[in-house]
Design a protein around this ligand. Sequence first.
Ligand code: ADP
Length: 409
Amino acid sequence: MISKIFILSATAALLILLVLNRRLRRARKLSDDALNTWKIQSGQELNQARHDRNRFLDALGDAFLLVDSDANIRFANRASRTLFGSRELLDRPVREAFLDPRLAQALLKCLETGEPAQSLVVLPQQNSPRGDLETRGVNAWIIDAANLPHPFPGEPTTRVIIRDVTAEHQLEQVRKDFDANASHELRTPLAIINGYLENLLDDDMIEEPMMARRFLTIMRKHTDRISHIVEDMLVISRLESGEANLLKVEPFRFHSCINDVLERLESVVRNQKAVIHVAMPDPDLVLHGDRFYWTQVLFNLVENALKQNPRDGLHVIIGCESIGEKIHIWVSDDGVGIPSADLPHIFRRFFRVEKHHSQQEIKGTGLGLSIVKRAVEAHGGQIGVTSVPGSETKFLISIPTARHAEAPI
Ligand code: ADP
């Protein structure tokens, strides 16, 4: 009896064990499946997260790179791929990928010290990562490197941002040049005035009325020049200020501007026996703009033609015509012209062709054409120049026609 009970219990226990084992196996299978599903899901989520991250970083205007502790590039956004052109970036050491070692300095310092590092790098354009695409001037970048918080093992440790600041750098350069040129231009007449003052006071020339009058006349000429330069500089700075109410836009007949300018230059025209021809198919053509600035534009162009050609019989043409959506205004002359090497610089502040010659014999501040260009651009227009010395030098302006033209006041 006892052995029967024992056999039955043993069988029951065996059966229970079998069932438990099967359940255990099923449970293990289920958990393996769940683990696999979780792995696949988290893998997909990770890929999605990476994809989203790359998408956002690709949308950045600045070049953005992720670098590991060995200075190998592990991620490069679209702007950096554009910046470095066709060069392979991924999994390459920055020293190799950045052509110029100066570009890698901030990053290497950050990797070494663990502290954020920034540097401004200015390179001649042929040394720039863009290679020989651009061959003139310089490019400037701010390189900003900083460590990432809590990086995972084997993952990037440092981010690098490369911001192109070429435009700001060039602007800064133009400002510096302007300051240097302005001081130089003002120093010359001031030194002359000082010299004559010394003569008058220290050498007792003041006692000789004839001499004193001559000195004072020269001094007045140079103070006039200083006022002229300061006046022109103020006009330029006003035009560059971008003030919303800078221009008093109103409709006016362009012919009235021409009349004003010719009236002001009448004696010069007469003395030089210059021939001025006005080419305006429609003499009533109306311009929408600031009449004051348009008169100045025209005055500077016509005065330049006369001033640069102090000989008898110069021919000057002042033209204005509406063509399609544009109004063209031009001033041309058949004088000495502008050498082709100087044409690209002609609108720069203080630029004068053959400076020594212009300064001594031809009055001018070198600011006239800068004013012209800025005034034209303030009206949404453009100006260009062509010159065949001795034959034709032509300044051509084009401005958009005003949409809702009203009758002039
Ligand atoms: P400036 O006050 O010296 O006239 P501008 O800016 O008006 O300064 O002109 C710059 C330079 O461009 C002049 O010094 C001159 O050398 C040259 N230039 C301008 N217009 C003419 C022209 N019609 N013919 C020849 N040279 C010109």
